[in-house]
Design a protein around this ligand. Structure first.
Ligand code: PMP
Ligand code: GLU
Length: 396
């Protein structure tokens, strides 16, 4: 008897987490795999944030909190939105969740009926696509290639809108490309979004890993102020991936809907984690800045090393900790009887031949590229790219 639902049978395992799993499995077999697959800072959570959680446990923060979040954290988020982004929210417009991933799930669940369309600026983070599909919506990728720094134009966006479009979803700084939309570029997109009265979901989880010094939030643009959901979280900027803590600032009706969904699914984030989150947002940003600067140095190193490999084409990522090189030059080439047809084949080849785990660009909507996470030490990055160069050199 087949007990599993059709829905779960259609659902792929997260491609990022799958590559991380494969790398772990190979390592357990004694293979010297370097994993550049997972988007996870290799730094530990700053000590003062950990101490805050320990203290919170001692102080009895061990119970359920209000579903949308502990009042203290909600207030810290409200002030953070104002301070860092120029966004004004009331308390009841903020919902804390178990990670930005759940925030995106809540929003999609709240907005999409069966068959409704959600436009995702492409390349996109893999889970956008799969969450929308899981919910019964239709992901509509609008693709920008490396020649336009992977950034979608207002004209491209306009052309993808139909009667069934409910929202537009993107990240800036972008996972997987590292591209950052400028204020002017966001204004161009906002004009189209406002004219069609769509919701825009702006995932700003890499806000603090931005090398341009200027993070722009689309929600500050008048025309889309009441149409924007801003998603953020603690995982990247504070190296808190395992804490599972994210949040949104949204129109009131949508925040209420997200909280209602959450009330049936997780009941909210952990109480002591939320206490520590409030400390993260209100304390010295020094550790976050130090991590950003380390990522900037690695970005420069990775661009330099990859550019020296014939056939690898890179953009100049301006944020996050990913680079998304175009690898088309290797397609159609072979080694040892295996022909590389697309990014899936290439990621598999690099894992087997170079023992370097990356993620196929196909998972992010662009099968010409692979994603390299440079959240690893400089020594690991040097060795990984040396091995990649050697393996790529064997293809003919
Ligand atoms: N958005 C983007 C663009 C991401 O890369 C990730 C991966 N962490 C998330 C959301 C989910 O973050 P969280 O760990 O807070 O669920
Ligand atoms: N967002 C990270 C990534 O893209 C972490 C893994 C995940 O949440 O899918 O690799």
């Amino acid at each position: 008897m087949d007990r599993l639902s059709d829905k779960v049978k259609r659902l792929p395992e997260s491609a990022t987490l799958k590559m991380a799993r494969l790398a772990r499995e190979l390592r357990a077999q004694g293979k010297d795999v370097i994993s550049l697959s997972l988007g996870e800072p290799d730094f530990d959570t700053p000590q003062h944030i950990k101490e805050a959680a320990i203290q919170a446990l001692r102080d009895g923060y061990t119970k359920y909190t209000p579903v949308p979040g502990l009042p203290e954290l909600v207030e810290a988020i409200r002030l953070k939105f104002k301070r860092d982004n120029g966004l004004t929210f009331d308390k009841d417009q903020i919902v804390v969740s178990n990670g930005a991933k759940q925030s995106i799930f809540n929003i999609s669940q709240a907005l999409l009926n069966e068959g409704d369309e959600a436009i995702i600026l492409t390349p996109y983070w893999v889970s956008y696509h799969d969450i929308i599909q899981m919910i019964g919506g239709k992901p509509v990728p609008v693709r920008a290639g490396i020649e336009q720094d992977f950034k979608v134009t207002p004209q491209q966006l306009e052309a993808a809108i139909t009667q069934r479009t409910k929202f537009v979803l993107f990240s800036s700084p972008c996972n997987p490309t590292g591209s950052v939309y400028t204020q002017e570029e966001l204004e161009g997109l906002a004009e189209v979004i406002a004219r069609h009265q769509l919701i825009v979901v702006s995932d700003e989880i890499y806000e603090y890993i931005n090398f341009t010094g200027q993070h722009a939030s689309i929600g500050t643009i008048d025309a889309v102020r009441d149409l924007t959901v801003t998603v953020n979280g603690f995982a990247k900027g504070f190296a808190m991936t395992g804490w599972r803590l994210g949040y949104i600032g949204a129109p009131r009706w949508l925040a209420r809907a997200c909280a209602k969904i959450q009330s049936q699914v997780t009941s909210g984030a952990t109480a002591f984690g939320q206490k520590a989150g409030a400390v993260a947002l209100t304390s010295d940003p020094g550790p976050t800045i130090a991590m950003r600067e380390a990522f900037r140095r690695r970005r420069d190193l990775v661009i330099e090393l990859l550019s020296a490999i014939p056939g690898v084409k890179t953009n100049h990522p301006k944020g996050a900790f990913y680079i998304f090189p175009d690898m088309q030059a290797f397609f159609g080439k072979s080694f040892d009887g295996q022909t590389i047809r697309h990014s899936d084949d290439l990621a598999e080849y690099l894992l087997r031949e170079a023992l370097v785990a990356t993620v196929s660009g196909a998972a992010f909507g662009d099968p010409n590229c692979i994603r390299i996470s440079y959240a690893a030490s400089e020594d690991q990055l040097r060795e990984a790219i040396r091995r990649m160069g050697e393996a790529l050199g064997k293809l003919s």
